[in-house]
Design a binder for this molecule. Sequence first.
Ligand code: NAD
Length: 437
Amino acid sequence: MHKIAVVGTGYVGLVGGAGLADFGNRVVCVDRIEEKIEQLRRGEIPFYEPGLSDVVKRNVREGRLSFTTDLGKAVAENDVVFCAVGTPEGEGGQVDLSQVDVVAREIGTHMTGYRVIVQKSTVPVGTARRLRRIIEETRGEAAEFDVVSNPEFLREGSAVEDFMRPDRVVVGADSERAMEIMRGIYAPLYINRTPIVETTPESAELIKYASNAFLATKISFINEVANICENVGADVQVVSYAMGLDKRIGPKFLHAGAGYGGSCFPKDTKALVHIARDAGAEARIVDAAVAVNREQKERMVAKVVSACGGDVSGRTVGLLGLAFKPNTDDMRYAASIVLAEGLRKLGATIRAFDPVAVDNARELMPFIDYVEDAYEVAEDADALVIVTEWNEFRQLDLDRLKKTMRSPVVIDCRNVYDPEDFESHGFSYTGVGRGKR
Ligand code: NAD
């Protein structure tokens, strides 16, 4: 059993903290936002993540998990400090490390004996060394500690399962003492034979960016193929299905759509381009994936305009789904933002529904008229756009939709439907990369 402080109770910190407690460790989760900590103490989860509430409640009940805003005390009382604060995109696409730096200075001020500092946030190569320097400078005297890089690979929407049963765990450490402590913390995963990659901090840091950039590139690749399909009269659904059957390619992340969003891919791809440049190398493929993704989101606006006969001014466009993907309320870099803002600029009125992301969306896009379900979105609408592929949008009652819409126009940005489904009900259907069949 290790005594662990996890700093930052976002998607990564809270899932990780609860997961580490479930592994048998004693964990205190720290956040600077008092309201979040109050909510957690009341047993409420501050964001939507399936299955998380049960794990949190179970570990609180069994005395292994608690919450605080007092970072100094958490550092003083625990042997291992996980840092899971935000590392958002800074100016020009570089990573903004200000939250990480604050935590490093607090650690330097409050640590009382040997500490393992575990960097879980996604941070540029060299950050482990940077943390060491900040902690030493703040301390002003010799202190015993190790900095470990332990990037997180969980996906929002299945974060608990991903943390508990990961494909691999990556631990980058320069000291055997710290590595041995990390082995102890992840002991249940060793028993499950989860591959644990033990490496240097630099390699661990790069593994995270390289993995995300690869997945993002795969998405941009198939989106580019989709655009080619539209011009040559091919169907990207068939093309990607057949490609994915090749085991060297695989079917995952090979689904054409509105472009990737979320808290990771957009910022991590741009960050890798910077990391490469700063190191005198290049990341041309990733750079292209970023550009293709930006254009793909803008293409969705053009698709809606074209489906509406070239003009959306004065029209009502309904959006089904707002979150960057299903099963999350995360709106960071969601395709819906580019779409809604683009259509609004062209004079459209936007109405929308999302099963869980409306509160977050409202803060970003107060101009949208938010309603309670898909059929209300469709009422008197001139076009309906499937933006996020929530399960509940997969089996819509098309007759009911048609009756309520002003014109039966559907733009399916996620290729959820077979065009035939809508066309046989008298709709005009536009998907992504679906040329003539
Ligand atoms: P988040 O923004 O949801 O949460 C960060 C939390 O840290 C916030 O609650 C914030 O209040 C808190 N915080 C910031 N500074 C603090 C301080 N000084 N003291 C205490 N708390 C502080 O972020 P997230 O989505 O959980 O991501 C965290 C990191 O993990 C990022 O680097 C991200 O790139 C990486 N990551 C995220 C995901 C994901 O799916 N969200 C997956 C893998 C890796």
